[in-house]
Design a protein around this ligand. Structure first.
Ligand code: 5AD
Ligand code: SF4
Length: 490
């Protein structure tokens, strides 16, 4: 049974309940309750989901929203909703700070609407210190769960509703937070509802977790060990999506290049890509993230010969200094990275290469940083996400000597931005005048302007109507505005 204490019900130690039947049972129970309450109050019940962080979290949120909508909640843009859910990130310290600020704001809203349900989930909730802080300073939060049991949302929500019922019966009953955070899991649960943001493109998890333990990174601690979904489950999901009108899929994993190693009958990422490429009706395939140490020749060959894989690869460099790459536990040298880029460009000349770079890793000297700048200039990335190193408690780098002072990092960061910015515009400019296929993703009704995405992930704005949304059309890139284009449909 539940382990109870005064302020919280911590059910984290309960046996996992990764059974879709069980979750559909709780979806039905919550739905019954919400429908009855909605009828009584003469209005619908709303939810607001705020998602922080990466593509993984956004994908998880589609699953969370799917469950909430199956229960009967209707989405709402702002936080004045009956249920507010924050799907948090913790990859850098400022992500946590942002969340605490927002929970404080939710506390104020709850004062004027005590019935409001406040729920927190995602990576930050996998950190015991974050949960302790919320228990201590934000006791009005109703529900906390982590990354390993998002499928359990309906069951957890039912616990919260039961708590509310007990409080109504016994006025002396204090508010208790429901907490369910698992340390790790091997479970992969299929077949739960999902509410996709776009009808024509979708993320598809192919694996969960990470085994790389880059020394700066908290992800392996909060997302657990690497585990891959079975290829047949992935292909079935994609077939289903395509039958519902999806044109583009983004295969998601922390390190897609090591896909399949944990399966009973191992399948490589390149083999999986071949299977996805063969799905009838698929038009575009993307994937992220690729770790340079695991990028195989076979993968390059599949990308070269495929009809549907976008000629784009996101290949985090992190640093251009071999000494720092070693300290980061990245398992490649500067030379390995440059060779890989040459190999890919030789095989696929128009491939777009994007990257992640960290500035100010402990012990980074001016020479190390200069090497990063040199690699950036040599490769000339199509775009780069640049990060100032953030110390994450519990990671090996947090305990390393020679943490770089903020003044030095911010100065280096600005220099890096200049280099990557000028390379990106140079690369973008090279396509001006060409006619390329784009997936039409957004429409600005007032301006009559469509936004389409190129294979290289850049955007083009061009005149057109609603009927083109979700289709792939040819657009001539008339003018380059550094990071996007102005174009015309041809
Ligand atoms: N500090 C700064 N950047 C980080 N990243 C991961 N951990 C940290 C950290 N502690 C960056 C890496 C990774 C991207 C998703 O986030 O560049 O590729
Ligand atoms: Fe973090 Fe490295 Fe895993 Fe990426 S590969 S999630 S940077 S540990």
């Amino acid at each position: 049974m539940f382990e109870l204490d005064l302020e919280t019900i911590d059910i984290s130690t309960q046996a996992p309940a990764a059974d879709p039947e069980r979750q559909y049972y709780f979806i039905a129970k919550c739905r019954e309750f919400i429908t009855e309450e909605a009828l009584k109050r003469g209005r619908v019940f709303t939810y607001h989901n705020e998602t922080f962080g990466c593509q993984m979290n956004f994908k998880d949120s589609e699953k969370l929203n799917g469950v909430l909508e199956a229960i009967g909640f209707v989405p709402r843009e702002d936080e004045k909703a009956d249920l507010v859910l924050y799907n948090t990130c913790t990859v850098r310290e400022n992500a946590n700070t942002k969340v605490y600020g927002r929970i404080g704001y939710l506390g104020k809203l709850k004062k004027s609407n005590p019935d409001m349900i406040i729920a927190m989930c995602g990576c930050m909730m996998q950190e015991p210190t974050a949960v302790e802080k919320i228990k201590k300073s934000y006791h009005f939060v109703d529900l906390i769960f982590g990354t390993h049991n998002i499928f359990k949302l309906a069951e957890l929500l039912w616990c919260v509703l039961e708590e509310r019922r007990l409080q109504r019966i016994d006025k002396n009953q204090k508010h208790r937070m429901v907490i369910d955070v698992w340390k790790d899991t091997n479970e992969i649960i299929e077949e739960l509802p999902s509410s996709r943001k776009y009808s024509f493109k979708a993320g598809v998890n192919i694996m969960f977790g990470c085994n790389n333990f880059c020394t700066y990174c908290i992800v392996p601690y909060v997302r657990g060990r690497e585990r891959s979904r079975k290829p047949e489950d992935i292909i079935n999901e994609i077939r289903n999506m395509v039958s519902q009108g999806v044109k583009e899929v983004m295969l998601l994993g922390q390190n897609v290049n090591s896909y399949g190693k944990t399966l009973d009958s191992p399948v490589s990422f390149a083999e999986l890509l071949r299977m996805v490429d063969d799905v009838e009706g698929i038009e575009r395939i993307r994937f992220m993230t690729s770790h340079p140490k695991d990028l195989s020749d076979d993968l390059i060959e599949v990308m070269r010969t495929s009809k549907h894989i976008c000629r784009h690869i996101h290949l985090p460099l992190q640093s251009g200094s071999t000494r720092l790459l070693k300290a980061m536990n990245r398992h490649y040298t500067k030379e390995d990275y440059l060779k890989l880029v040459d190999k890919m460009r030789a095989a696929i000349p128009d491939i777009a290469i994007t990257t992640d770079i960290i500035v100010g890793f402990p012990g980074e000297t001016e020479e190390d940083f200069e090497e990063t700048l040199t690699v950036c200039r040599d490769v000339c990335f199509d775009s780069a996400f640049t990060f100032i190193y953030s110390k994450r408690t519990g990671t090996p780098a947090a305990a390393m000597p020679d943490q770089v002072p903020e003044k030095v990092t911010s100065e280096r960061f600005n220099r890096l931005l200049e280099v990557v910015g000028s390379c990106s515009s140079k690369r973008a400019e090279m396509l001006t005048g060409r006619t390329v296929p784009v997936l039409v993703e957004e429409l600005d009704r007032e301006e009559g302007l469509l936004t389409g995405r190129l294979e290289n992930n850049l955007l083009v704005h061009f005149k057109g109507g609603e009927e083109l949304l979700g289709s792939i059309v040819n657009v001539s890139l008339r003018e380059c505005k550094n990071f996007y284009y102005i174009g015309e449909q041809v």
